[in-house]
Write a protein that binds this ligand. Structure first.
Ligand SMILES: [Zn+2]
Length: 440
């Protein structure tokens, strides 16, 4: 049973966020008929003017005609406690709030980014500033369908994701690709008639855009074979990850590739003609063609053992991983400043950017995987699987994974929306049965 449409629920939740209401209680039932009420008109006490910072304009300039010069200085000082006025970008939204009666400036809001706004308020003592966080709510969205051509189209055109911006849908596909990367190559293996189902938990801003999100359960049926990935967070300092219904990790110790957007331009081989050296040499890694500046990711947890020039590899990073593995990344234009010898990195951390330093004819990443002093073919070797669900977490896993599988089975009837403020859930609303749902 759907009690509320997605949109009306969203409006209700964002309203309760604005009003700072407590728990939102919504009861179904017949709407009482009370007849028409006369409309009430009241002139708001406040007059708000929204301006966008133009080219060549400064925040100080915009504020200068709203207050006298002495006040202007105090106002900018208060702002400077939160952000740098000279760093404001063109288009920055500035709201001037005046007392209607005498156009006395009582407040200024300056939007810093999608998640924060500097709020300047006036009192007897002068001007005070605070940063207001854009409220978000957490919801779980569910989508399922059959793939007609490519997964991209299936997800982008899904009715279940109505109201989700296209950029966020692209993010969703990226999450699916990350989770299933070791099992399915989305660009080559998807066939017409393949099916997908997933539940995705996200933090949503009032404008409907997503602050962050992660898959909590996903399933892909590729040519009759079913792949399931269930999100789980082991206790202790274990990282959250994805596991199959049997508790085995669906992830590997190494990412399949060190770049998001890539094309393999040269594979691992014991003999190839080198385009610069003009001789036959072995190629002890894989080359990925990518635009200069594309982020390069550490493929596994480890410790940085080298950063900087490394012969023909140019600007390079080497990382030592558990069990005798080493990875090397070459030809980078720039390295991340916080990646130094001895730095611990996590799988998926950005370590630098694609470039063409060293011996390279064009921008690409040269990637090597070594073990015991011998180079391995990163695309040919059977990468070791990630750790399964720890034995100590087994009971919790059984309970949580059952809920997540049920989420997949429950389908489109299921919706839980939780409004969070500063990380705390302040309101809950749901349609469908929500018993033991995913609101955490
Ligand atoms: Zn290479």
């Amino acid at each position: 049973m759907r009690l509320f449409s997605k949109r009306s629920l969203r409006v209700a939740l964002s309203l309760s966020g604005v009003l700072g209401a407590g728990v939102l209680v919504m009861r179904p039932g017949p709407v009482p008929e009370v007849g028409g009420l006369p409309a009430v008109f009241a002139v708001p006490a406040e007059l708000a003017e929204v301006r966008a910072l133009g080219r060549g304009q400064t925040l100080g300039g915009v504020l200068s005609d709203a207050v006298d010069p002495r006040e202007h200085h105090v106002l900018l000082m208060a702002f400077e406690e939160q952000a740098t006025p000279r760093r404001m970008q063109i288009g920055t939204e500035i709201t001037l709030r005046f007392r209607r009666a005498d156009r006395w400036l009582r407040g200024v809001d300056v939007v810093l980014n999608a998640d924060s706004t500097v709020r300047l308020t006036r009192d007897e003592a002068g001007w005070r500033s605070t940063v207001v966080q854009t409220p978000t709510w957490t919801d779980t969205i569910y989508a399922a369908g059959e793939i007609e051509d490519v997964l991209w189209n299936a997800v982008v055109q899904s009715d279940a994701l109505d109201g989700m911006p296209i950029r966020d849908r692209a993010q969703l596909i990226h999450h699916l690709d990350q989770v299933f990367q070791w099992e399915i190559d989305f660009s080559r293996q998807i066939r017409r008639g393949d099916r997908y189902r997933f539940a995705f938990e996200r933090q949503v801003r009032p404008d409907g855009s997503m602050r962050s999100g992660h898959l909590i359960a996903a399933e892909l049926t590729n040519r009759g074979t079913q792949y399931q990935a269930l999100w789980f967070e082991p206790s202790g300092d274990g990282q959250s990850g994805y596991f199959g219904p049997d508790g085995r990790s669906v992830q590997r110790v190494f990412l399949l590739r060190p770049l998001e957007f890539r094309r393999i331009s040269s594979r691992f081989t014991n003999s190839r003609f080198h385009p610069i050296l003009k001789t036959w040499r072995s190629h002890q890694g894989v080359d990925y063609a990518a635009a200069s500046g594309t982020e390069v990711l550490a493929t596994a947890d480890g410790v940085v053992t080298h950063r900087g020039r490394l012969g023909a590899l140019g600007n390079a990073v080497a990382i030592r991983h558990p069990n005798g593995f080493i990875t090397r990344y070459g030809h980078m234009s720039r390295l991340k400043a916080d990646v130094r010898t001895g730095t611990r990195v996590r799988q998926g951390d950005a370590i630098g950017y694609v470039g063409m330093t060293g011996l390279a004819t064009g921008p690409h990443l040269h990637y090597e995987l070594w073990r015991g002093g011998r180079p391995l073919d990163p695309l040919g070797v059977n990468l070791p699987p990630g750790d399964p669900v720890p034995t100590s977490d087994r009971a919790r896993w059984e309970a949580e994974s059952a809920l997540r599988v049920a989420l997949l089975d429950r389908g489109t009837d299921f919706r839980v929306r939780a409004l969070t403020k500063g990380g705390d859930v302040v309101a809950l609303a749901s349609s469908g049965s929500q018993e033991g749902g995913e609101a955490r």
